[in-house]
Design a protein around this ligand. Structure first.
Ligand code: E4P
Length: 224
């Protein structure tokens, strides 16, 4: 399982990579917008220096035509580094760009996936990761569980090396469902992780254990 952070916030990236087994960081222009008017490339380089080269950094193109997407990809690779995964929405120009960038040996993450067919085409185009949008699919009455299961089947059928990087989560149940239905990776906002670990039952269990220990060994004592 690969867990990635879907954020461009430096403080959160530092904090969560420090204590979680995070394998990468993803963003898109809407996520970047939350950081205000930053120096985009310096910001992405700062993220790279925090996460290191062993974790993946996924940066989305902004251009919407084929030539523009290729130009965006070249700029991202030059101004950040050659290991960046170029995030490209799966539509006509996007698929053309994915095919060309894979021909050049560039790392590619195919994104904005709402349907199985988009995923099948991105797998055929050789994308390294495909990113189905779990919550947005649910909002459209498209079953993301079934879709992700079939995407995983297609990867197995075609003996492809593409991995499913499920995205667009609003709760931890959706993350579990994506992983249980065949996603090898999931990217999520830090709110999802915080939500999952802030369960009152967990806090209650820890407090009970401390209380029982202190009954035997005295208030404020610990093992060491
Ligand atoms: C991945 O990076 C996607 O762009 C992102 O998870 C989309 O999330 P949203 O549906 O919350 O905008």
């Amino acid at each position: 399982m690969e867990f990635m952070l879907d954020t461009a916030n430096i403080t959160d990236i530092k904090k969560f990579t420090d204590y979680l087994p995070i394998s990468g960081v993803t963003s898109n222009p809407s996520i970047v917008k939350k950081e205000g008017k930053i120096d985009f490339f310096q910001h992405m380089k700062d993220i790279r220096s925090i996460i290191g080269e062993h974790r993946s950094l996924h940066v989305q193109v902004v251009a919407t035509d084929y030539e523009g997407i290729i130009q965006d990809a070249e700029t991202i690779l030059t101004k950040i580094d050659q290991k960046v995964f170029i995030k490209i929405p799966v539509n006509e120009p996007g698929l053309k760009a994915i095919k060309e960038l894979k021909r050049r040996g560039v790392n590619v993450t195919a994104t904005a996936i709402y349907t199985k067919f988009q995923a099948y085409l991105a797998i055929a185009a050789g994308a390294d990761y495909i990113a189905p949008y779990f919550n947005r699919m649910e909002n459209l009455n498209i079953d993301p569980r079934e879709a992700i299961f079939e995407m995983a089947e297609e990867i197995a059928r075609t003996k492809s090396e593409t991995k499913i990087l499920a995205a667009s989560f609003k709760n931890v149940g959706q993350v579990n469902a994506a992983l249980e239905n065949g996603s090898q990776a999931a990217t999520m906002g830090v709110d999802i992780i915080q939500q999952a670990l802030a369960m009152p039952s967990i806090a209650q269990a820890v407090s009970d254990f401390t209380g029982d220990w202190e009954v035997i060994f005295g208030e404020g004592t610990t093992i060491t």
